[in-house]
Write a new protein. Structure first.
Ligand code: ARG
Length: 409
């Protein structure tokens, strides 16, 4: 009896060809697993495609809720953005897909797991590192990285084996998509000086005849987690979708950046992530209102680290768990609501309030209600500057005129 491999199946050209290739070259029985993280498409049709390509079995796992609640919600609490710009949509989904691959490998009693990533991207790293963390006994195969076929040869292989592939690519771009946004790569986008053509946009397209009137949206957060929009309770997944559609309809949420991949290359990346950007903006703002200055500062530093960990494929790691514990602890104070204003091309925070704000009007105001003790400021400022005063005096004694041997000379 042949050994078994669980293949992370997307329904695209590469993984469809991989089904047959793993059988033919590696002599394995292939069990295809398509994990639905909200990428769209007819999953049942794709499942059939895997079977037609020769898979011994094919399953679809609906992980949309899990992706929202266990991955995206954490990323939002962490305001996670790689290079301060990319909200990590693809990076977040891989560790979840791996969880389901590991589970399927167990169910099907498979010795191997395979993915369809190339050798140039981050996703191979995320797949293999996640899998080793979750199921160290499984062996990982990377057929697409190793088969040495280019696109034409892959199509040729598919045609020769009568696989259900379409010869004309449906789009010149490589697209990865889920609840948290959409990534668009390849084609003309590889020239970093070329403006992205209009036809690449989907989620950030303004509907024809859309009015320029702004829309105001109020988002309620409880313990750092958005729970209501305009007073209406919503499940997290539904809420993200709702904000994504609304902000996207104003043309907000486009990202065009040069990204540093884990494997050492820079690439030009385009994203559309209206919901992610709007929600992170709102969440950060509410944190500024409700968190103590030191906690906030420390959290911002750790957020960078968090994004780096997620990007680099280290989601299933003790450090990510420890950072989540910190974030969970600080989030307890992040309660209240944020008012967003959506206008063509922009979403901005125009109001925030909390039942327990760190903002104190009595301390902040310049009018007659002022409760701030101005006299204490005098002593504070003097002591705050004392080390510099001491330093300046010492320098003048040592070096004579400060202006001739100034600070930078
Ligand atoms: N550059 C992004 C990342 O590494 C997006 C990757 C998209 N993946 C894809 N196969 N198109 O997270």
């Amino acid at each position: 009896m042949a050994e078994r491999v669980v293949l992370a199946y997307s329904g695209g050209l590469d993984t469809t060809v991989a089904v047959r290739w793993l059988q033919q070259k590696e002599k394995l029985d292939v069990y295809a697993v398509l994990v639905d993280v909200g990428q769209g498409g007819d999953t049942e049709k794709l499942r059939q495609r895997a079977l037609e390509s020769g898979a011994a079995d094919a399953r679809v796992v609906d992980a949309r809720e899990e992706f929202a609640d266990e991955y995206v919600a954490r990323a939002l609490a962490a305001n996670a953005m790689y290079q301060d710009r990319y909200p990590l949509l693809s990076a977040l989904s891989r560790p979840l897909i791996c969880r389901h691959l590991a589970k399927a490998a167990h169910d099907f009693d498979a010795k191997y797991v395979a993915h369809g990533c190339t050798g140039k991207g981050n996703d191979q790293v995320r797949f293999e590192v996640s899998l080793v963390a979750l199921a160290p006994d499984l062996e990982v195969l990377a057929p697409v990285r190793n088969w040495g076929m280019n696109r034409e040869e892959t199509i040729e292989y598919g045609l020769k084996h009568k696989l259900p592939i379409s010869v004309a690519p449906s789009s010149p771009y490589s697209i990865d998509e889920n609840l948290w946004g959409r990534a668009i790569e390849c084609g003309v986008l590889e020239d970093p000086y070329t403006e992205p053509p209009d036809d690449i946009w989907e989620r950030t397209r303004r509907p024809k005849g859309a009015s320029d009137e702004p829309t105001y949206v109020e988002i309620d957060f409880r313990a750092g987690h958005p729970v209501e929009v305009d007073g209406r309770q919503m499940a997290f997944r539904e809420l993200v979708q709702h904000i994504d559609e609304l902000a996207g309809s104003y043309g907000y949420g486009r990202i065009d950046m040069i990204e540093d991949r884990v494997v050492g290359i820079k690439s030009r990346e385009i994203y559309e992530a209206p919901g992610a950007l709007a929600l992170i903006k709102a969440h950060r703002d509410l944190e500024e209102l409700t968190l103590d200055r030191d906690v906030l500062r420390t959290k911002r530093e750790l957020e960078r680290r968090y994004a780096g960990i997620a990007y680099d494929g280290l989601w299933h790691s003790p450090l990510r768990e420890a950072l989540d514990a910190f974030i969970h602890s600080t989030s307890a104070y992040v309660n209240g609501k944020v008012r967003l204003k959506m206008q063509p091309g922009n979403v901005s925070v125009v109001g925030r309030s909390s039942p327990a704000p760190m903002y104190d009007l009595g301390l902040a105001t310049y009018d007659h209600l002022d409760a701030f003790d101005h006299k204490q400021a005098e002593g504070f400022v003097r002591l705050w500057g004392l080390p510099l005063k001491t330093w300046a005096k010492a320098r003048q004694v040592d070096r004579g005129n400060l202006w001739e041997s100034g600070p930078d000379k």
